[in-house]
Design a protein around this ligand. Structure first.
Ligand code: SAM
Ligand code: SF4
Length: 345
């Protein structure tokens, strides 16, 4: 396992900042804590999804050990995702445990991406554990369309979750996958609704990840076209706001709010990538769209402890690819065999 040559040889490995071979510093870790979910979004998973056997999934102790190793190496922002993170029993205890890194100042921010279904129950505890922002995925405000997209009838729970989160003091950002057949016409209304409550909204192009029952080319909606439509009645101004992520933000003069665009298919954002992803089985993926990975669960369960984990992280980072390989013309076949719920979207 190689050490990064650019660091002083005296600096212990477990404290060296993570910089990949293209000079990108890794300061952001997304962690999928479960592959399970109580919804079945058509672009994310098939109705009859086979979930992983429980022993394959990292325990909270294992997840904590890996997160802690990354934080020691300079990760400043942690996002918990899934599957549905709030669906995993014991998640709040895990979050409370990790909050020691917030209190010590090592971690700047711990956030959560959730479908919102169980958010009303957990919002106050999340705030008490130091979480200040959550992303809630919501593709429509129409109950029938919601039921069609997610194959479940839970829009009221999600709306109640958003309200409870805001009441608890959490900043909420809405994530919306743009879908040609399901919500293309509704996007302006959804944006207006979010901005009306002071929430940012990020539009996401559906990515070809994993086998789903849906027809991807038919569902594909280019955000370039969405932006052109929005521009026909609103004034959009590009901003320099970057959250370290792939979203590019514009401000809408008429609503006063921000829209983020995540366009993996029509725009490549890899040059500024600062992130890596950990699956719930302990696979470290250094790129969402590629198969390069390191099995940190095997490293942990072999008993090598923190030094072995740090060495494995270094080896994975040395091989982080320059960029992903999503192409519109290849939408019919997944660019990655992994569902987003496994890698953590
Ligand atoms: N269950 C949580 C949720 O829905 O927010 C967290 C996990 S989910 C995989 C994270 C995000 O990935 C969601 O905003 C979802 O809409 C998005 N997503 C899932 N599959 C996708 C795909 N194939 N292309 C683009 N976004 C996807
Ligand atoms: Fe579940 Fe999130 Fe995937 Fe929808 S996008 S099925 S809520 S993991």
């Amino acid at each position: 396992m190689t050490a990064q040559a650019s660091h002083p040889p005296t600096m212990p490995q477990e404290a060296r900042p993570l910089v990949d071979s293209f000079g990108r510093a890794i300061t952001y870790l997304r962690v999928s804590v479960t592959d399970r979910c109580d919804l079945r979004c058509t672009y994310c998973m098939p109705e009859r999804m086979t979930f992983l056997p429980k022993p394959d999934v990292l325990t909270f102790e294992e997840l904590d050990a890996i997160c802690t190793a990354f934080i020691a190496r300079g990760v400043r922002r942690l996002r918990l995702t899934g599957g549905e993170p709030l669906g995993r029993r014991g998640l709040l205890g895990f979050v409370e445990g990790l909050s020691r890194h917030l209190r010590s100042g090592a971690l700047e921010e711990m956030t959560l991406t959730t479908n919102g279904v169980a958010l009303a129950r957990h919002a106050e505890a999340l705030f008490a554990a130091g979480v200040r922002r959550v992303n809630v995925s919501l593709d429509t405000l129409d109950p029938a369309v919601f039921a069609r997209i997610t194959r479940r009838n839970k829009l009221p729970e999600v709306l109640a979750g958003i309200e409870a989160a805001r009441a608890a003091g959490l900043a909420v950002k809405i994530n919306t996958v743009a879908l040609a057949q399901d919500n293309a016409d509704e996007l302006p209304r959804l944006i207006q609704w979010a901005h009306g409550q002071g929430m940012d909204i990020t539009l996401i192009e559906a990515m070809p990840m994993g086998d789903v029952d849906a027809d991807r080319p038919e569902q594909h909606l280019s955000l370039k076209d969405v932006r052109a439509t929005l521009t026909s009645f609103w004034t959009l101004t590009d901003t320099d706001d970057r959250t370290g992520g792939p979203a590019r933000y514009v401000r809408v003069r008429e609503t006063g709010g921000r829209i983020g665009f995540i366009t993996p298919l029509s725009h490549n954002f890899c040059e500024s990538c600062n992130r890596v992803r950990l699956t719930c089985t302990g696979m470290l993926y250094t790129c969402l769209g590629r198969e390069d990975r390191m099995d940190l669960r095997a490293v942990l369960r072999a008993g090598g402890g923190a030094p072995a984990v740090h060495a494995a992280i270094d080896a994975a980072l040395a091989a982080k690819p320059a960029g992903h390989d999503f192409r519109i013309e290849r939408l019919a076949t997944p660019a990655s065999p992994r569902q987003m719920s496994v890698t953590g979207g």
